[in-house]
Design a protein around this ligand. Structure first.
Ligand SMILES: [Zn+2]
Length: 242
């Protein structure tokens, strides 16, 4: 079934925000920067690749066809850009069906998985991507984040600073982070369909400025038959009147 997370493009997004004020003081920031933290993304994807390999090895070891109801947990040690990732799920076998070389994986389980198969889709693998964009605030962004409107702290002139509304540099960082993670997951699909995608966006405060981190989770699935009503499940417990 192929796939894997290690071979995605890691080109770097970056965008510079120049100070429009001219000389203000030596402490004044000359420019701000949005930049893709490719090394953070790489560390996360490497960790994910090893966790996935371990999960699949275990599944193969016990002769499973696939792993369903996967839960992922990750801890990001920001100080040295390392990640701990754990994946767990339920190994399953499929009746009357040859074992695939690479077991399938899915976040789905129970009724949701049942509905998917009923609709004619087979689970292929979990699709999981991350993006990380750092923001070094420009002078304007810094004023906006602090909530003061001008270069001299109080309202002496506007200096091109929006008094209210969105913070352009931060919005751009979020838009970029979303677009990077979407592209990344799209590359994992290889012509298959993404099912049940969920995107989370976090903005983490750090010393140099906000860091935008997004995670996109979904299920790579493939059409394998027409819609057909599933047979009634076999009862595991039967209550009998006596
Ligand atoms: Zn400035």
């Amino acid at each position: 079934m192929g796939g894997g997370f290690g071979t995605n493009q890691l080109s770097g997004y970056s965008e510079q925000y120049n100070c429009p004020h001219g000389f203000v003081s030596n402490e004044h920031r000359v420019y701000g920067l949005n930049y893709q933290k490719t090394w953070v993304e790489r560390a996360w994807m490497d960790a994910l690749t090893s966790a996935t390999k371990r999960l699949l090895d275990e599944a193969v070891g016990i002769g499973a066809h696939g792993v369903i109801g996967i839960v992922d947990r990750s801890i990001h040690h920001t100080e040295n850009a390392t990640f701990e990732i754990s994946l767990s799920g339920t190994a399953v076998g499929v009746d009357d069906c040859e074992r695939p070389v690479r077991p399938f994986t899915t976040f789905l389980s129970g009724q949701k998985l049942n509905k998917l198969v009923e609709a004619g889709f087979a689970p292929v693998e979990i699709a999981l991507g991350i993006s990380s964009v750092g923001v070094i605030s420009s002078c304007i962004t810094e004023y906006q984040l602090r909530g003061s409107g001008s270069v001299f702290g109080t309202n002496i002139g506007n200096w091109g600073v929006a008094q209210q509304g969105e913070i352009d540099q931060l919005t751009r960082a979020q838009v970029a982070a979303r677009s990077i993670v979407r592209d990344r997951v799209r590359h994992q699909l290889g012509g298959d369909v993404l099912h049940g995608a969920a995107l989370t966006v976090r903005t983490i405060e750090s010393q140099e400025g906000p860091q935008v981190e997004t995670v996109l989770r979904g299920n790579r699935v493939r059409v394998f038959k027409e819609f057909a009503k599933m047979p009634t499940p076999r009862p595991v417990v039967r209550l009998v009147d006596r």
